[in-house]
Design a protein around this ligand. Sequence first.
Ligand code: FES
Length: 604
Amino acid sequence: MSEHTFSIEFQPIGIRVIYSEPITVLEAARQAGITLRSDCGGKGSCGKCAVQIVEGSSSPLTRNEIIFRKGGMLQQNERLACETILDENAKIYIPSGSLSAAQVLQTEGILKSVDVHSPIRVEFLSMTPPTLAAPKSDLENILEAKPGLYFENDDQALFTLRKISPQIRKQGWKAYAICSQNRILTVCTEEPARLLGLAVDIGSTKIACYLMDLTSGNTLAAKGVPNPQIAYGEDIIARLSYAMQGAEQEERLHSDLIRAINQAAEELVKTIGAQAEEIADFCMVGNTAMHHFFLHLPTRQLATSPFTPAIKKETLISAETIGVKGLPGSRIVVPGPIAGFVGSDHLAFLLASGFGEDGVVRLGIDIGTNTEIALQKGKRIISCSTASGPAFEGAHIRFGMRASRGAIEHVAIDQNGKARCKVIGDGEATGICGSGILDAISEMKRSGILNQRGRLDAENSNVAKDGEGVRFYRLLSASDGQREITLSQKDIDQILLAKGAIRSGIAILMDTLQVAAQEIEEVLIAGAFGSYLNPYHAIQIGMLPSVDLGKIKAVGNAAGAGARLMLLSEEMRQKASALAQRIEHLELNTYPDFELFFANGIRL
Ligand code: FES
């Protein structure tokens, strides 16, 4: 009897997973690597896990759902993911408010449609049983069944023959070769149920992994895991310094990365009942340091001027050699970095967001500890990297934190100079994240609490001095029965430095290509922070040029989307190589009047 299976597709993330048992939407999402908000732990009492069933039928409404609908906490077209059971094909739409903050970082991202054209394919082999008159070896038999196919080397052939020789005798001399182009990766007697690929965006903080169906192009599952290298330093410079301590430290940074990728891959394949050893193709992107750590290349030169990468061209390496689990003979496409501080993640972002395909005046910004910026005008694409620091990720800010439960994500200031804060999770605030910081600075400027030079107004009743004489503004006050959360002058200085670094980078690119703000047709902001920031406030504080708000789009993890495109399509790989050639890298420090641009960038 054939097993009952059904698929659930999660939109707008674009993940489809196969299940064989009735399952709640919450559990199905979890198995698919999607973290839905579930503040009550799936007990049906918090109402945070709202989803829409776009297609397919599901279990009847529960008592809790009826109560939430009556109370207006659940829309008429919404269901609680923790109480809704699916047992047949369905399509689920997840509103962004139901995704955990970390999930936005992990899986969102533009993924334009692409003609899937992976080099991985299956060839049916019909062989002739050997006879005394024609005693063909098994190797000859395999290769002659489909002329043109070949093994990369004898090791590969022997590895395959050890397994397949006895099997083909039992299976009537019929087999299937899984090939990359004409190169045989392996031979098996069962036709493979699917061809799997893994696209990875290695970020300094998170590693985003996407398990792809190389035939349909579907994302089968996705997962973001913390980069374990964080134990050796929050930022890239700290990790480069750690690597400089010796070969052992360098090896540790490499092997931790490989282990984390393998672990994530194992968890992803488990969701579809497969094995990591079935993954036939890989694409890895990352910043230049991650690229070097992954390939186990020396990184000392990335820390010293002129910051030259060891290699800039795309590399194709054996998964086995580097220690990544996959089909025997499978290879990993590793697009090359553009410069010392502009990695293949930036290239992937530009590829996924249409740079190089049209003449649109387009600005692309990937905000992180290092912010990469690209500007396209006509045939020219110019990019730079700027050390914006971790202030927008909450680091070096007294009450700073990442965008997660308890973080102030939005701030408005009333006519009395008092802040009104919106907290992620609606509970008590424990800190403030990047979008909240940006709102706060913009609102403090508008209400005159901050002047143009970014100084706090001593006369404002909400501004006070701490024990060291440093001024601070109260966002939340203990006198209102809340945990006191403040922004000090020191915090504000850090933020303005970060904002100044980003704005001066943008201004220098605009100056180089002679682009005025009103000429910009599109501003694409990648990364988790881009999904949260309020473009209006980003313009008000002068972080972004003054463009119509409608031109600004958050594109999520566009680097991950680019990696998936390169995995799925050889044409995309070629486009990426051509794009890499076209991108002109600009070293900001050497630009005339750089200091002036920077000083202007800091001003409010
Ligand atoms: S997880 Fe709380 S209601 Fe579903």
